[in-house]
Write a protein that binds this ligand. Structure first.
Ligand code: PDD
Length: 277
């Protein structure tokens, strides 16, 4: 397995991180996870654009331009012969003596990318998964796809330790998103999801869903909803690069709707499958 480290393609076993890399010491970096279906990337441009937006928000400089970086990643995918999988990439603020403020401008960011096989989680997508409600204690810049994921990890672990697939986060009474996904509910045929603000990640899968809704006459509302509205919804689903459109059939042990994947969710799954090509 070949990985990309600072411009070079090397063997996975040879890849090393400097102990003073700011990504390693501070989580001072950004990342993306991009899907590969049957050897082809899915919504790669959107992911790359978001990466450069995250970089700008963090005042972090990516050593390659977007087109150059994209072709480097496509090359890696080819070299590894990825069929159904993901490419993970991250950029940190580079290596310098530990200090909180940013290093001088001549420190170059560290760039790492690797691929992994990742089959579609077909069984869970068909049966639906369960989730746990967890208080959203993250910071106020959840729009940045930063490596600092401790708030997300604590929430996911709390859910996973009780056998749940995802933690659905709420800030006070308002449902924000999942610990590694966006969250949606369906009520009377209308899909609701948190608007794009600093409190959620502007998910690429979320945008695909919005587009599918618009093109297929499904009503899609970017509007906040409460925990009790979530619990009494007709359907709930989450969405991400790796989970696609994932039905949530139980939250905190309570069935949502009929306790099985709902009609709107299933329709979106099939529209999503068509879009994947
Ligand atoms: N997670 N919200 C959060 C907090 C996320 O971490 C993710 C993605 C999403 C969905 O974004 P997208 O549709 O662009 O994948 C929403 C990735 C997959 C991860 O951290 O592994």
């Amino acid at each position: 397995n070949t990985v990309f480290v600072n411009g070079e393609l090397i063997d996975r076993d040879k890849a090393k991180v400097d102990i003073e890399d700011r990504g390693y010491q501070f989580g001072d970096g950004i990342y993306e996870v991009i899907r590969v279906y049957d050897g082809n990337t899915f919504t790669m441009k959107e992911h790359m654009e978001r990466l450069y937006q995250s970089a700008e928000k963090m005042k972090l400089s990516i050593p390659y331009g977007e087109e150059d970086f994209t072709s480097k990643l496509l090359h890696l995918i080819n070299v590894n012969g990825v069929k159904d999988g993901i490419v993970y990439l991250q950029v940190t603020r580079g290596v310098s003596a530990r200090q909180h403020h940013f290093p001088s401008g001549d420190v170059v960011g560290s760039v790492v990318a690797y691929t992994k096989d990742f089959p579609v989680p077909a069984h869970q997508m068909e049966q639906g998964v369960t989730a746990k409600l967890v208080e959203d204690i993250r910071w106020l810049r959840c729009d940045i796809k930063s490596l600092n994921l401790l708030g997300n990890l604590l929430a996911k672990q709390e859910a996973a330790s009780e056998g749940h697939f995802e933690a659905i986060l709420h800030r006070g009474d308002t449902v924000t998103e999942g610990s590694s996904s966006n969250a949606f509910m369906v009520k009377d045929g209308i899909i609701y999801t948190h608007p794009v603000t600093n409190l959620i990640l502007n998910g690429i899968t979320r945008r695909v869903i919005e587009d599918l809704c618009r093109k297929n006459g499904i009503s899609f509302q970017e509007e906040t909803f409460s925990v009790s509205e979530l619990m009494t919804a007709d359907e709930v689903f989450i969405a991400s690069t790796t989970s696609e459109v994932m039905p949530v059939v139980k939250i905190d042990g309570q069935e949502i709707g009929e306790g099985t994947p709902g009609a709107v969710t299933k329709r979106l799954q099939s529209l999503f499958n068509e879009r994947k090509g």
